[in-house]
Each structure stands twice: as structure tokens, then as C-alpha cells.
Design a protein around this ligand. Structure first.
Ligand code: ZN
Length: 270
């Protein structure tokens, strides 16, 4: 299967779609994978309407972000960056909110579900660097510490016990409600972001899907772009995906070793 995939990818412009599975080897669990803890993602309306929900969300999200900055890209991210540097990968649309693709060296990356490194004000629309807001949180909550063994979630969140003492950050300019630039449940992917992701996929003569079971609607909508144009789809994933029957080839396996094997086969060593 791997050889078939390599034959299909060779000589074609490759567009990439990635999901949580590519970051699991960096220590970020895929909550849809087997054995992953069940959890309830934050719903946008709940976040907006409940101060208690915001307090819990921000406390957990802050601890998660502090842990996130200490994780590192893995061989899967590096293989895709190598393919892009060789001019073979034209871009990556990722469902992940981490920045591991960028830190591995990929340049053309669209975060379909947003990313956790900036924070926006829901009232005035200003955007802030996450680090600045994190410092504000720690000024307001000097008791907060990052537990060494907190359990990271794919959306950069951490499950913690709600502390009534936790004080949420507010917009430094208007005092309004702040939210990380992550797409919550019940929230639409911004049309501009989706259009950019669609452009990434449409630029490919083959689409390489890595580390996602494609149960999320945005992934399906992106692959429909390829399918309508009869662009072949290559899937690398551990476990079944919703698009197995519609793919040209599916490689069962981890993304780190499989993408490394693909990059080794396609990129000349000099
Ligand atoms: Zn504001």
C-alpha cells in the first residue's frame, strides 16, 4: 500500500490535509482515537452566556497552552515540511490548532479550526498575541501553576476542576470578552479561512490526508473539492476513516513513520 501511495504521489503537486493524528507523536492526544478520554468540547453559546463556563474554559485553556508551548514537532510534521521545501507539497490545510507544522518549517498552512496562538475580543474585534494574554492571566491569578502532568486535549484545553477564584482575562482596550481564535462547537469556520483551505486543496493534483478519521464536517467539505475534480486521494491513518471507500489508496499506519517513508522516497537526498 505504501508503494502504491508513493507511485501516486510522485510527479504530482501534493495538497495536504492533516488532523489530530499527526500530533499524537508529539504528546497531544487524539480524542477521537481509540482509548482517548471522552470529553465535551466547549460550545460557543455556552461560552458566551455563562461566566462560570468562561472561567472554567480559560483556566483549562491557559494551562493547556502553557503545556502546548513545550511540545515539539515530530517526524510527520518534519516530513511534510521537507516535501514543501522540495517544492512537492503546495500547502497544508490542518484541523489542528497547534502550530507544530509551522515550527517544523512548513510555510503554507491554513488552520481550518483556528489556532490557539492568538486571542480575539468578541466585542471590539481586536486580536492579541496569546503570550500577552497569558501574562495578564498570571498577573490576575498569581497562584496559578502549570501541573507537570496535566492531560492535554487536542484543542489545547486541559480538564481541571473549576476554581471560583480564577479571574478571566478581558480585552486590554475595551474590557470586552476574550476568546482564543479556536473554532468552538456551534461556531462556523470563518468563510475566509475556509476559502483559503479550499484553495490549498484545489491546488493539488493529488490530496494526501494524514492523521484524521474525517468525521469532522470541514474535512469532508474540503475533500469534496478534490473529488469533484477527480483528484486522487491518498489517506495515511491509524484506523478507518470515513473516506476509505472514496480514496485511491489508504495506508494503515502512524503518520511519523509513513510520512517519513514517503518523503524519503520522493525527495532526493541532496
Ligand atoms: Zn475589545
Amino acid at each position: 500500500m505504501l508503494d502504491t501511495a508513493i507511485d501516486l504521489l510522485r510527479g504530482r503537486r501534493i495538497a495536504v490535509l492533516t488532523g489530530a493524528g499527526i500530533s499524537t507523536d508529539s504528546g497531544i492526544p487524539d480524542y477521537r482515537g481509540e482509548g482517548a478520554p471522552r470529553r465535551t468540547p466547549m460550545v460557543f453559546d455556552t461560552f458566551r452566556s455563562s461566566e462560570d463556563a468562561r472561567r472554567r474554559y480559560w483556566a483549562g485553556s491557559h494551562l493547556g497552552w502553557r503545556r502546548f508551548v513545550s511540545v515539539h514537532p515530530n517526524d510527520g510534521h518534519r516530513a511534510l515540511a521537507r516535501l514543501e521545501q522540495a517544492g512537492l507539497v503546495t500547502g497544508i490545510a490542518t484541523q489542528n490548532v497547534d502550530d507544530l507544522h509551522e515550527r517544523a518549517g512548513s510555510r503554507e498552512v491554513v488552520h481550518v479550526h483556528g489556532q490557539m496562538h492568538t486571542v480575539s475580543c468578541l466585542d471590539c474585534g481586536r486580536t492579541y498575541d496569546r503570550q500577552r494574554i497569558a501574562e495578564d492571566i498570571e498577573r490576575r491569578n498569581p497562584w496559578i501553576v502549570v501541573p507537570e502532568q496535566v492531560r492535554l486535549q487536542p484543542d489545547g484545553d486541559v480538564e481541571i476542576d473549576a476554581s471560583q477564584r480564577f479571574e478571566v482575562p478581558v480585552c486590554p482596550v475595551c474590557g470586552g470578552m476574550l476568546k482564543p481564535d479556536v473554532v468552538f462547537f456551534g461556531e462556523l469556520v470563518p468563510p475566509k479561512v475556509f476559502a483559503a483551505a479550499r484553495d490549498v486543496i484545489a491546488a493539488g493534483e493529488v490530496v494526501l490526508v494524514a492523521g484524521t478519521s474525517l468525521v469532522v464536517n470541514s474535512g469532508t467539505r474540503l475533500l469534496e473539492v478534490a473529488r469533484r475534480e477527480d483528484v486522487p486521494i491518498v489517506i495515511v491513518n491509524r484506523g478507518e476513516t470515513k473516506w476509505d471507500a472514496r480514496s485511491a489508496v489508504r495506508v494503515e499506519g502512524g503518520t511519523s513513520e509513513t510520512l517519513t517513508a514517503i518523503a524519503d522516497a520522493l525527495v532526493a537526498p541532496f
